[in-house]
Design a protein around this ligand. Structure first.
Ligand SMILES: NC(=O)C1=CN([C@@H]2O[C@H](COP(=O)(O)OP(=O)(O)OC[C@H]3O[C@@H](n4cnc5c(N)ncnc54)[C@H](OP(=O)(O)O)[C@@H]3O)[C@@H](O)[C@H]2O)[C@@H](O)CC1
Ligand SMILES: Nc1ncnc2c1ncn2[C@@H]1O[C@H](COP(=O)(O)OP(=O)(O)O)[C@@H](O)[C@H]1O
Ligand SMILES: [K+]
Length: 464
């Protein structure tokens, strides 16, 4: 059985392959499993119509020969285009098993299904433009595009686009997911994702596809404080904090307080307004988590409110404006295990600069920032990345309708509710991302963020 939440880099994949080879399974056998597994799907997708397979020099090309041979033997019209000679022993052996038509350079080929086996996890640099254009041309003249392991031009470990890559209808990941399948700019070129089992053993790679969470209902003897008291610190623009508070109220907090200087006309009756000085309001020992950032502002007053929140020693979700006020000195005396940072890409870039966290991609930066600060980092966007304690979690994609102002405020509120209930920052953020995605599904298309917040409560039901 394939391990469905295992994510391996290209190097970890080679190590896993070496282990299987040491256990007596040949490279040819692994390639056979991969190629045959993909061929089963293509057989169904092609439905008797022609297939063109583009093969590169490495083992990704080798998989292509196995696919072509399997489909050709079954009587499907297949053509292989192989602008490179196979360079590895299993790819050479696979080519020898294919008896159908083969072109050794690019030539026009149209047909129903195009199978991209040019490069997989071994892509080490951008593909030459002439070759990349010819592959894109082939993709364009076929009705269906299928990528084997990865669309050629996407780097396996970080998901960068090394070339312009046309979108595919399906991508078949071989043996284990690679980070590129779930995050990075190449993610939206993959189409439907399927994992092909080739017998890779479970191994803790430090990176996982976070699975569907289970949320426990309140214990029989629960009371509002045991379920979690969330304190949302409001600032210059209280509307954003209100959205966060609504997210937290839907996500199972027992009690949500808005720490604001004035009431807000849209505040619901079940949201408690605490108008004491922030320092006093935060001295309540019963607070389970504090959320600060949405609508905070970035002026002197905002800095003072952030300092109070940090001094309170409560568990903290830090989002939005507050992320722009952080630096190594502001976090120096805080236990980082108490902190969840929830930046979007702009905020992540600012944090990476402030903390000297290097990286070109969201994944690299989020890991570096978590390592530098010791805090959990939820780097959100299409292809959200969660990093804490040396672990990385990636997620199935959420609705693109989430790209609406205030959607992140709602997410931060959900995170705070789950943290106030006692979960670690990693687990709280994992659950929050699933709840946020589910609320978006339930809210349907074109929702505003207050509609999104209103659906968090119903989203909980999916995970109970
Ligand atoms: N691991 C496993 O368990 C299994 C792996 N399997 C399959 O193997 C794939 C990985 O195979 P792989 O390592 O041979 O890499 P692959 O992607 O075919 O390309 C490498 C070749 O391309 C070359 N090259 C690189 N970039 C280039 C460029 N821009 N332009 C031109 N050339 C470039 C590079 O040569 P270089 O010049 O870098 O020395 C090398 O010759 C994996 O994705 C999966 O499909 C399965 O069979 C089942 C088991
Ligand atoms: N295209 C997209 N696909 C999926 N999720 C998205 C997309 N765009 C944004 N999101 C999600 O929506 C939220 C936006 O957060 P953020 O940028 O902080 O918004 P705001 O600051 O307006 O509240 C994040 O959770 C992000 O993951
Ligand atoms: K490929």
């Amino acid at each position: 059985m394939a391990v469905h939440n295992q994510i391996l880099t290209a190097g970890q994949m080679r190590d896993a392959e070496r282990k299987l080879i040491a256990a007596g399974i040949s490279e040819t056998e692994l390639m056979d499993r991969a190629g045959r597994g993909v061929a089963e799907w293509i057989w169904r997708m092609a439905a008797g119509r022609s297939v063109t397979v583009l093969c590169g020099p490495g083992n990704n090309g080798g998989d292509g020969y196995v696919i072509a041979a399997t489909l050709h033997t079954r009587g499907l019209p297949v053509k292989v285009i192989a602008p490179f000679a196979p360079a590895t022993p299993p790819a050479k052996a696979a080519r020898d098993t294919y008896r159908g038509p083969l072109a050794e350079k690019f030539e026009p080929a149209s047909g129903a299904t195009f199978v991209d086996c040019l490069f997989g996890s071994g892509l080490s640099r951008p593909i030459d433009n002439v070759l990349a254009d010819a592959a894109a041309q082939l993709r364009a003249v076929h009705d269906i595009g299928v990528a084997v392991d990865l669309p050629s031009g996407i780097a396996a470990d970080m998901g960068e686009l090394l070339n312009d890559v046309a979108p595919y209808d399906a991508t078949f990941a071989l043996g284990a997911w690679k980070p590129a399948h779930w995050t990075g700019p190449g993610q939206d070129r993959m189409g439907k994702l399927r994992l092909i089992d080739i017998g890779i053993e479970p191994a803790d790679s430090g990176t996982e596809l976070v699975g569907t969470p289970i949320i426990e209902p309140p214990a029989t003897g629960a009371h509002k404080y045991s379920r979690g008291l969330v304190a949302v610190v409001a600032g210059a623009m209280p509307g954003a904090a209100l959205l966060s508070a609504q997210g937290a109220m839907g996500a199972g907090a027992g009690y949500v307080k808005l720490l604001a200087e004035h009431s807000h006309p849209a505040a619901p009756a079940d949201l408690v307004l605490d108008e004491q000085s922030l320092e006093e309001a935060l001295s309540d020992e019963r607070i389970g988590a504090v959320l600060i950032g949405p609508g905070l502002g970035r002026d002197r007053k905002a800095r003072a409110r952030l300092a109070d929140a940090l001094d309170s020693r409560h568990r903290l979700v830090i989002d939005a404006d507050a992320l722009h006020l952080l630096g190594p000195e502001t976090l120096a005396t805080i236990d980082p295990a108490c902190i969840l940072l929830t930046p979007h890409d702009g905020e992540l870039a600012a944090l990476a600069k402030a903390f000297g966290a290097k990286g070109d991609t969201r994944l690299e930066r989020a890991r570096a920032l978590s390592q530098q600060t010791g805090a959990a980092v939820l780097a959100k966007g299409c292809g959200t990345v969660l990093c804490a304690d040396g672990r990385t979690g990636l997620f199935p994609p959420g609705s693109s309708w989430l790209s609406v102002a205030g959607s992140g405020d709602v997410l931060a509120g959900i995170c705070a509710a789950r943290m106030a209930g006692g979960a670690s920052a990693y687990r709280a953020a994992s659950k929050a991302v699933y709840l946020h995605h589910e609320a978006a599904e339930l809210a349907g298309p074109s929702f505003s963020s207050s509609r999104l917040a209103a659906h968090v409560r119903r989203a909980m039901k999916q995970f109970l």
